[in-house]
Design a protein around this ligand. Structure first.
Ligand SMILES: O=P(O)(O)OC[C@H]1O[C@H](O[C@H]2O[C@H](CO)[C@@H](O)[C@H](O)[C@H]2O)[C@H](O)[C@@H](O)[C@@H]1O
Ligand SMILES: [Mg+2]
Length: 279
């Protein structure tokens, strides 16, 4: 039996809980849907700092079999830089939108990347120097973006936000301030996760499919808006539906992983029964 999701919001038209519904939809209609997955807090549990995350051993393989089953219509849409996100799921490579949608690798491998400006490099250096005076503040250099994490010093939130507003001005008009879970980021303003999802949906193998987006944070709301406007499915990883446009919620990243594992398991079983029939 698959675990059922205790929290359920919005999706009144379907009696199934989001977890069961997700598994059933993808297993039964693999050529109808495209799956867009956030990474931190959705596929992987949050950790005290960016580099302390743990990728469960089975996750890359499960993602790979679901991706193949969907004809490649699975993309990761993350705030992480693309090369970092790639490392997490080795040896598999998926289409990835990094830096909150600012950079993308398409399904055919084409890269649409953004490079750090001189002004941003100066901002990064200044932030690193400043962080030396703020115990608990972590600066994450993401190439064309920079994040300041306060998970280990939550009392510095307001002060850090002011500082990041100041450095945003120094970085210039091509950048925007992205808020997230215990983090402020200065990132390229050229796109957001919703824009990345829209772009994928104009390209094969995503084109012509309905999107399903799963995410856990403010940055994922841009995907949910796009998905809701396209008769897709938006799922926020959260305990309840407060403050989200997502039409349903799933309680934890562990449940998202369970759903992927459930789909992968059914794919493998179907494969075996097909092979059985052929011989
Ligand atoms: O869009 P995502 O894939 O969810 O990435 C969002 C940010 O995730 C990371 O920060 C968050 O996760 C850390 C590890 O669990 C946690 O320590 C931090 O407090 C969270 O904000 C990542 O470090 C950022 O670069 C991403 O933008
Ligand atoms: Mg996330």
């Amino acid at each position: 039996m698959l675990p059922s999701d205790p929290s359920h919001a919005g999706d009144d038209q379907d009696p199934l809980q989001p977890f069961d519904r997700l598994v059933k939809t993808l297993v039964e209609e693999p050529d109808q849907w495209a799956l867009f997955l956030d990474i931190d807090g959705t596929l992987i549990d949050l950790a005290p700092s960016p580099d302390e995350i743990v990728v469960p051993q089975d996750l890359p393989g499960h993602l790979s079999s679901v991706s193949q089953y969907l004809g490649g219509a699975l993309a990761l849409v993350t705030g992480r830089a693309l090369p970092y996100a790639d490392e997490l799921f080795q040896p598999h490579q998926f289409p990835i939108a990094g830096l909150h949608g600012s950079e993308r690798r398409l399904a055919d491998g084409t890269l649409d990347c953004v490079t750090a400006t001189e002004a941003l490099e100066e901002v990064k250096n200044a932030l690193c120097v400043a962080a030396g005076r703020w115990p608990g503040i972590l600066i994450e250099d993401k190439g064309a973006a920079v994040a300041a994490h306060y998970r280990q010093a939550p009392e510095r939130r307001a002060e850090l936000e002011e500082v990041m507003q100041y450095y945003l001005l120094q970085a210039g008009n091509d950048f925007t301030l992205q808020r997230g879970k215990m983090v402020f980021e200065i990132r390229p303003a050229r796109a957001d996760k919703g824009g990345a999802l829209e772009a994928y949906l104009t390209e094969p193998p995503f084109k012509g499919r309905r999107p399903i987006a799963i995410g856990d944070d403010v940055t994922d709301e841009a995907m949910f808006k796009v998905v809701n406007g396209m008769n897709g499915r938006s799922i926020r990883v959260a305990k309840n539906s407060d403050g989200t446009e997502a039409r349903s919620v799933i309680a934890s990243a562990a449940l998202v992983r369970d759903a992927l594992a459930g789909i992968a398991e059914q794919i493998a079983q179907n494969d075996l029964s097909q092979k059985g029939r052929r011989t």
